[in-house]
Structures are given as C-alpha cells and as structure tokens.
Design a binder for this molecule. Structure first.
Ligand code: MF3
Ligand code: CO
Length: 255
C-alpha cells in the first residue's frame, strides 16, 4: 500500500532528513585514516540523539548498529566494528535512517578515505549522478520504471553493475514502504508517481560484477569479486511539478 503524505507529514519527514544532512556534513571532516567503522557509527548516533531523534537502523529487524557502515567491497548493511579500521585508499558508505516525532527519513553517502584511485573516485561520482538521473524523472504522472530506467542506463554506460535484489523504497511512516524502486527497469512501467509520495532513491553500484554473498552475521553484503562499491541515497517527495530532496540542506541538491 502506498501512503500519500500530507504537507505537514512531509514537513516532519524533512525535519528528520535535515538531521541526516547535519550528520553527513560532520562526516566530511570526521572520516579519515585510522578511525574505525564503530567510531563512525558513534559519531552519527551522538548527533542524531542530541537532536531528539532515534537512529532508525538500530534494532531494525535485529540490525545491531545505529547506522550501516560499508567499506570497499561491502555494498550495504555493514555492521559497525571497533576492529574495522579505515586506511587511505578506502571508500566507506554510511547509510542511516533517522526517526523524529515518529517520522522517518533515509539517506546514504560514500566517502573517500585519504587519496583514492581514480577508478574508484569515478565510481563514487557516477553513483551520485545516477541518483540525480533518477531524480530528474520524479514528477506526477511519470512511473517508477522511469526512475529505475534512468539510473540503470546511466551506470551501465560506465560498465558498472547493481544487484537486482536491493532497491529503493517508499519511506516516511515506516522505514520501508511501497513502492519499491529498483535500480534497473523499463521506462513507462510500474507505479504511477503522485504528489505526496515520499521515496528513498538509492543507487548501489559495483565496479565489477553484481554477484554477492551475505556474510555469516546475516547482514553484510559483500561482492564476490572483492571490487569496490558505492551507495548514494536521498529521501525525496513528489511535488506538483517535480521533486524536492528532504535529506539535504538544498531541496534541489546543490551543495
Ligand atoms: N537504510 C537502509 C536502506 O536504505 C536500510 C538499512 S537496513 C538496517 O534501506 F537494518 F540496517 F537498518
Ligand atoms: Co533506503
């Protein structure tokens, strides 16, 4: 069931989303070689709680961390660990939900740790641009398939891949709501977009093959070819004439 949000509800999701924007801003200078993925999680959790909000990932279906921290060949759902220390050349994705006054926003960013190889920098840039290609399709009357198709055709130009099992989703009253938003699809198909839908659009992109395995912890998604990955996600609302980003300071994504 798709839940259309009222303007007031969108405002509350935006409030949660702006806390995520604050976390991301802080991470830009916090992330450096030598810190652990647990340090990142603590840093995020402190900002979230000091804004009278709750880290949505914590205990979500049993997830044992406040946020997901995924390094290099871990695509998503990395569990923060004191033993996993970042080193120069790594890429680290931080994916978090924030619940404020019962309303939820969800977003992810991928950070470069120290100097990183050109091919990985490009992967991170393309993953971000794939989100904006999808976003450009968000307006009433377009379909979910238009978003999916735009994302897929963009990352495929670079020879990248994305496992079909992981998708974007509706968000707001729950962490994961209908409709699901695949990172590949056919234009003009799927659910029709309507004003007031709130959507998490999230390209999860692999440098190599989309073959993955789930680690024994039941969460960590790692690429079988051990090549790097990137993740970029925002929560957006469908407006009368397009979309507004709810997890950035600027609603059109200017930084
Ligand atoms: N934030 C993730 C998403 O983009 C969900 C994380 S699942 C969790 O959908 F269990 F780790 F929280
Ligand atoms: Co999400």
């Amino acid at each position: 069931m798709i839940i259309i949000k009222s303007p007031r509800e969108v405002e509350l999701i935006h409030e949660a989303g702006l806390i995520i924007a604050k976390v991301f801003k802080g991470l830009e200078t916090f992330i450096k070689p030598g810190i652990s993925t647990y340090d990142i999680s603590k840093f995020c959790e402190e900002i979230i709680r000091s804004n009278d909000a709750y880290p949505t990932c914590l205990n979500y279906e049993g997830f044992p961390g406040a946020v997901c921290v995924s390094v290099n060949d871990t695509l998503i759902h990395g569990i923060p660990s004191r033993k996993e220390i970042l080193k120069a050349g790594d890429v680290v994705s931080v994916d978090l939900g924030v619940t404020k006054k019962g309303y939820i926003a969800d977003a992810a960013r991928t950070y470069l740790v120290g100097e990183v190889k050109e091919e990985i920098k490009r992967l991170v840039e393309v993953t971000k641009q794939a989100f904006f290609e999808g976003l450009a399709q968000v307006k009433p009357g377009n379909h979910v398939g238009d978003i999916s198709h735009a994302i897929e055709s963009y990352y495929k130009k670079f020879g990248y891949s994305s496992p079909k099992d992981f998708t974007g989703h509706g968000v707001g009253l729950s962490f994961h709501e209908d409709p699901y938003i695949p990172n590949q699809g056919v234009a003009g198909t799927g659910v029709k977009l309507r004003e007031g839908m709130t959507l998490a659009i999230e390209p999860m992109i692999c440098l190599g093959s989309s073959e993955y395995k789930v680690l024994g912890d039941g969460w960590t998604i790692k690429m079988r070819d051990k090549l790097a990955t990137a993740h970029y996600e925002n929560t957006v609302v469908v407006t009368a004439d397009g979309a507004k980003i709810l997890t950035m300071e600027d609603e059109h994504g200017q930084e």
